[in-house]
Design a protein around this ligand. Structure first.
Ligand code: PEP
Length: 235
């Protein structure tokens, strides 16, 4: 089970360092549960512990003339080897195209990163039904090497992110089950995961963990979700 926190544009470097310190102090020895924390780029910190720090985004180049971006050298400085690619806010707020996203995927794949690759449909697509939703999600897998061993897919419906709305458990399981057949990789669910729904979501057979945004900003809440993951035994 993977339990991941995406801080988005929240928590300074100081706050991130304090958060990680507190989290490590709370964690029992983890077996079968992996923890990922994705701070803002300017809050990346060198970190050794059970929680693995990853990048929310980076430009697909070692370094160069890409004003405002960070590249591979900036991640290497902190020993970062895991990255989010295709997050809904990168797609819909920052207008990254599928071609841009696939290039980013390829670059970080070539550099051996674990890639948490995010996909998710907007409300207008969800309203067209399951077939339309699955067809849309498949367009977000175009150009992505699904056989990459360090690929994890996060299914995050756009309408559920930061909205307090979530699909029903049945809807999550239906989509994850279909995605398992298409992609055959570990699958996280993301979108308004909180302390009160995380366990039920992680218990679903086709769910391998959660990617949590605002619900993870308080360390005690993130820890509670990790604890939920620890209690779940799947065959
Ligand atoms: C996310 O940022 O990946 C996310 C799922 O956000 P939230 O939990 O706030 O909906």
């Amino acid at each position: 089970m993977i339990v991941a926190a995406n801080f988005k544009t929240n928590l300074t470097r100081l706050e991130t360092g304090e958060y990680l310190g507190e989290l490590e102090g709370m964690l029992p020895k983890l077996e079968g549960v992996e923890v990922r924390v994705f701070p803002a780029s300017s809050s990346l910190v060198p970190h050794k512990g059970q929680a693995v720090v990853g990048a929310q985004n980076a430009y697909p180049a070692k370094s160069g003339a890409f004003t405002g971006e960070i590249g591979l050298v900036h991640l290497e400085e902190f020993g970062i080897e895991t990255i989010l690619v295709g997050h809904s806010e990168r797609r819909h707020v920052l207008h990254e195209s599928q071609v841009d996203i696939a290039k980013k995927f390829d670059f970080f794949k070539e550099n051996g990163f674990e890639i948490i690759y995010c996909i998710g449909e907007p409300l207008s697509v969800k309203e067209q039904g399951l077939d339309a939703t699955l067809a849309y999600l498949q367009t977000q897998l175009e150009g992505i090497d699904l056989s990459y061993a360090k690929l994890v897919v996060a299914y995050e419906p756009v309408w559920a992110i930061g909205s307090g709305l979530t699909p029903t458990l049945e809807e999550i399981e239906t989509i994850h089950d279909a995605l398992k057949r298409i992609a055959g990789v570990k699958l996280l669910y993301g979108g308004s995961v909180k302390t009160d729904n995380a366990k039920a979501i992680m218990e679903l057979p086709s769910v391998d963990g959660v990617l949590v945004g605002s619900g993870a900003l308080k360390v005690e809440n993130f820890f509670s979700m990790i604890n939920d993951a620890i209690t779940i035994k799947k065959g």
